[in-house]
Design a protein around this ligand. Sequence first.
Ligand SMILES: Nc1ccn([C@@H]2O[C@H](COP(=O)(O)OP(=O)(O)OP(=O)(O)O)[C@@H](O)[C@H]2O)c(=O)n1
Ligand SMILES: C[C@](O)(CO)[C@H](O)COP(=O)(O)O
Length: 266
Amino acid sequence: MSDTCVALLPAAGSGSRMAAQQPKQYLPLAGRPLIWHTLQALHAVPELSRIAVVLAPDDREWDHYDWSGFHRLTVLRVGGETRAATVRNGLRALWPDYLPGEPDAAVPPRPSERIAVRLAVQCDATPGPLRPTAGAPWVLVHDAARPCLDPALVSAMIATLRHDAVGGILALPVADTLKAAAHGTRIAHTHPRDGLWQAQTPQMFRLDVLAGALEATLGPEITDEASALERLGLSPALVHGSPWNLKVTYPQDLQLAELILAARAR
Ligand SMILES: Nc1ccn([C@@H]2O[C@H](COP(=O)(O)OP(=O)(O)OP(=O)(O)O)[C@@H](O)[C@H]2O)c(=O)n1
Ligand SMILES: C[C@](O)(CO)[C@H](O)COP(=O)(O)O
């Protein structure tokens, strides 16, 4: 595959629902900090040329560990208030010569040691969907809090989406009956689950489209990258994920993750 693929890990959250003493990405999991397993999985994906982790500017934990075994790692301390802001800041830091906005024909693109990419169409300047630039890098955004990712699943995802016009996400069809609540914990009605999927990560998009979408909208409803693209009228692909690829959110999830990693090691 000729197009570059880069992973971006938002890891600037506080883990409030975990209610632990330290951010959940550093909680011990199978003898290592949780995020070590996420990085290990991504480093086992040969298609990824770089793995960038985005930490909170005031992160005090990262430097307590030895990360020297991860040779494709870039550490960025530019995390934001929300997950979407963290990803947006990470893209800006990784591609500093990336210029959102209408390309100005009078100003030639600045040279860059990395990849100089310009946004072809800015949504608020030119109504209509963003169009990805062929050859722009693919960015795979993956939650630091999903440590049980299977590297083979990522390779399969890249193979599935590499020719897609929009990109897409790992996701699973909803398996349970869905209830809408009213008055706290009373059921209002049953919501049809047909066609409903649970979003996972990685979420894989071309740099120009992803950055353009996140520059255009960072509201609280943007809880994943796909939702930023959806706001612009794009329809990302759904690629079958895995139940093992759980997001560690609550304390019980940490136990589940431990069991999954132990089973895989056997
Ligand atoms: N401002 C933020 C918020 C979240 N994240 C990251 O986004 C991923 C998924 O978010 P979530 O599970 O919600 O993590 P937290 O925000 O840490 O957890 P909580 O919502 O319980 O506080 C995590 O890897 C988390 O570190 C981030 O980089 N920057
Ligand atoms: C991106 C995500 O993992 C998709 O399921 C999820 O939305 C991130 O977690 P958050 O709790 O919404 O921040």
